[in-house]
Design a binder for this molecule. Structure first.
Ligand code: RP5
Length: 173
């Protein structure tokens, strides 16, 4: 059974958090995905959230946009860690979603990720870090992933030094 459960407020969120699935795929970690809304299908959302732990889910990722109460509603029905991804909207890049997710009143926490591309990737990495507490091989994979990222930064810096900023920018087009 997948250890990560992902719930999306709408299928329109799917392409916006593509990075989340790609990151989990890169780590070879299985996950379940459902579309269920806190307001359009409240009973379905309740059923999914209350059953998650029994199904074997250990960490939940919940993505929603606008009045993004889905992560909070899910967190209200489970004691599993819930990671919220604010979906980008027309309002200041998703400020409405960010504020909805980040401002949980004391008592029912939701971990808030950034909106935009980074949100999906970081939600996946956060979920993997939770699972890595009980999985040394996953911990090792996360360490290698970070080493790879550090090497990429160093490579870019060397390329910048070699080309100069004008040519470097040309290569970015
Ligand atoms: C939220 O409303 C969803 O998470 C989505 O981000 C937003 C818009 O949904 P659609 O109208 O595109 O289905 O519940």
């Amino acid at each position: 059974m997948p250890l990560i459960g992902i719930i999306l407020g709408s299928d329109s969120d799917l392409p916006k958090i593509r990075n989340c699935f790609e990151t989990l795929d890169e780590f070879g970690v299985d996950y379940e995905i459902v579309v269920s809304s806190a307001h359009r299908s409240p009973e379905r959302t309740l059923e999914w959230a209350t059953g998650a732990e029994k199904r074997g889910v250990r960490v939940i990722i919940a993505a929603a946009g606008g009045a993004a109460h889905l992560p909070g509603v899910v967190a209200a029905h489970t004691s599993l860690p819930v990671i919220g991804i604010p979906i980008e909207t027309a309002i200041s890049g998703g400020l409405d979603s960010i504020l909805s997710i980040i401002q949980m009143p004391a008592g029912v926490p939701v971990a808030a990720m950034p909106a935009g591309k980074a949100g999906g990737a970081n939600a996946a990495l956060f979920a993997l870090s939770v699972l890595a507490l009980a999985d040394d091989s996953l911990k090792e994979k996360i360490a290698r992933f970070r080493e790879k990222n550090a090497a990429k930064i160093a490579e870019r810096s060397e390329k910048l030094a070699a080309l100069g900023y004008r040519k470097y920018i040309e290569t970015m087009k």
